[in-house]
Design a protein around this ligand. Sequence first.
Ligand SMILES: Nc1nc2c(c(=O)[nH]1)N[C@H]1C(S)=C(S)[C@@H](COP(=O)(O)O)O[C@H]1N2
Ligand SMILES: [Mo]
Length: 319
Amino acid sequence: MLIGSQKKIPSSEITPRRVWEDRRHFLAYSSAGLLGLASSVFWGASPPGTRGAKIPGLLKGQFSSGESPTPYEDVTRYNNFVEFGADKRDPALRAGSLRTRPWTLRVEGECDKPGDIGIEDILSGFAQEERIYRLRCVEAWAMVIPWVGFPLGDLLKRFGPTAKAKYVAFETLQDSEQMPGQRRASLRWPYVEGLRIDEAMHPITLIATGLYGEELPNQSGAPLRLVVPWKYGFKSIKSIVGIRFTQNQPATTWNRLQPEEYGFYANVNPDVEHPRWSQRYHRMIGEGWLSRKRKTELFNGYADEVGSLYSGMDLKRFY
Ligand SMILES: Nc1nc2c(c(=O)[nH]1)N[C@H]1C(S)=C(S)[C@@H](COP(=O)(O)O)O[C@H]1N2
Ligand SMILES: [Mo]
């Protein structure tokens, strides 16, 4: 996600200097990339991260992409996780301060059985499967990631959503000791996201607990993150501590910051341009910046699975 121009942002919400620094970092990275440095070479300078424990008894999931996965080093060292800084390299270098045990998820709102569930109960209570999905960032790059996780709907059903539950709101941990990026008002904390209930219940929507057969590294959103493969990456909220069933459409972090750039739906769509760049093509991370661009597909290639969720909707209006 790119923190962009400051128009319309009240100064109480964002520190202009920080925004400027964020952009400079982004540009510094992209010009290094323009020299054609393959990312794996580029990463040579950063220390190797700690890899997560192997997740036992993995099932092979359905709906996997046929593409070959992006190398682990690229998936885990080129991240967006503003809680640890705005540079793509910050999360890998700085997310070690996040403590992922113990970890409790609170589920509340329009449901019959609100309550807390611990990470151990989640890991033992839901069959973990591997699904290779593409993550497509709104910044026009993508990765192919062998996620480990289980359908979000399986978790939500346990809490008995009522007929009033039309949306699901998600919230990331807020703790500036563990997440030093939260000391800056670059975004309003905590990071929040939302889905319509039918999107949340769709079988391809995952709660990810791992990648490459291992528990998620912190920079990837440990211990629980959302993966919504047909939407831009910013919907895939990391390090989730709260889920709330709601009657009304919940606020979402990037929409609140720049509504004209980031909508609630954020479905991958080559025909809906971002105001500052095109969504028609994207690059695959790990292939170098001189590699051929790829054509962006409607719903990130998952139109057969999710297209019917939006029948009759004007996707240019509900972007
Ligand atoms: N809490 C939180 N979740 C987040 C973000 C963030 O800054 N904070 N960035 C989002 C964006 S813009 C993208 S593209 C993806 C990036 O996921 P990755 O770093 O695992 O590739 O995470 C999303 N989830
Ligand atoms: Mo993103």
